[in-house]
Design a protein around this ligand. Structure first.
Ligand code: BTN
Length: 314
């Protein structure tokens, strides 16, 4: 795949500090005027590029997930300064037939959507994106893909940042019982075929959600330093794609159980039809949470707002 002009220029600046415009042009096939124009644009986007007698030097790059920072994924990355919701744009792209693993990212969302018709605050510094997935499965297995995506985020956080996160059913990512990330899924089907499943993730990275939501946590608050959003997203996407053949497999259920914050706890789940109270004892093969009520009966809960009750695991 041919690099875009910005990817090619950044590659030169990163490998050889102190190249003049003509040299960058020769190495990238761009004219000196084009090089100068792209460097102007990169500076305006937050790249710190100095000039001296030796030429251009890249002093610092922003952590913004610009498409040209994603190597061979570049054409799949749709980055916006602001959207109403990445879910809306991703749905349009999916309906227009975009390839799987296309990603819509917004620096800010004016109408970020949470589960159960809630709003998702989307201030600058967070990571807000929707990835379009096209697994060849029946819609009945879609819940496993949601669980798989949560697992991928938990595993990415552990591998890249050494963070031990847990999943509150169905798909909140928690650290120390505080919410680090939330996930929203939206799918479209055609008879018995899944056309696409779009997974939206909002991750509190360098934003501070705790002022308005005390039970929310950001990676910056947790680690005491800023986290590079671009690197985090790239690692997440690589892991998501690498294991995707198993995304709807039964193994997802057992993997989920190992990082569940909900299993073995007393829970109260508010569903569309009522409230289920009891102890979360298992997850069934479809991804439903199996709750043992106080009268001893077990129920499989497929959706709802889950509240962990005081007392914790037995
Ligand atoms: C929740 O916990 O309620 C789910 C939150 C999901 C938020 C993300 S941010 C990116 C994507 N676009 C949206 O409008 N929502 C999801």
């Amino acid at each position: 795949m041919v690099d875009s002009p910005k990817a090619a220029i950044l590659q030169q600046l990163r490998s050889t500090p102190g190249l003049c415009g003509e040299a960058i042009g020769r190495r990238t096939g761009l004219s000196t005027t084009e090089v100068a124009a792209h460097i102007r644009e990169l500076r305006a986007l937050g790249y710190h590029i100095s000039t001296d007698a030796g030429g251009y030097r890249l002093q610092a790059s922003p952590d913004t997930p610009f498409p040209w920072e994603f190597g061979p994924r570049e054409a799949l990355i749709h980055h916006y300064a602001e959207l109403d919701s990445t879910m809306t744009t991703a749905r349009r792209l999916a309906r227009e037939g975009c390839p799987p693993f296309s990603v819509v990212i917004a620096e800010q969302q004016t109408r970020g959507r949470g589960r159960l018709d809630r709003r998702w605050r989307s201030d600058p510094g967070g990571l807000y994106f929707t990835v379009v997935l096209r697994p060849e499965i029946t819609p009945t297995l879609a819940a496993r893909v949601n669980l798989y995506t949560c697992l991928v985020l938990v595993e990415t956080l552990a591998e890249k940042l050494g963070i031990a996160a847990a999943v509150k059913w169905p798909n909140d990512i928690l650290v120390d019982n505080r919410k680090l990330a939330g996930m929203l899924a939206e799918m479209e089907t055609d008879a018995d075929r899944l056309k696409f499943i779009n997974i939206g993730l909002g991750v509190n990275v360098n934003n501070d959600p705790s002022k308005l939501e005390p039970r929310a946590l950001s990676l910056r608050a947790l680690l005491g330093r800023r986290v590079n959003r671009r690197a985090l997203l790239a690692a997440f996407l690589d892991r998501l794609q690498a294991g995707f053949a198993e995304a709807a497999g039964e193994g997802v259920i057992s993997r989920w159980k190992t990082c569940s914050a909900t299993l073995h706890r007393r829970v109260e789940i508010v569903t569309r039809t009522g409230v289920v109270r009891g102890r979360a004892v298992d997850m069934d093969p479809t991804g439903a949470l199996v709750v043992q009520r106080d009268d001893g009966a077990t129920v499989a809960v497929t959706h709802g707002d889950c509240f962990h009750q005081a007392g914790g695991p037995p």
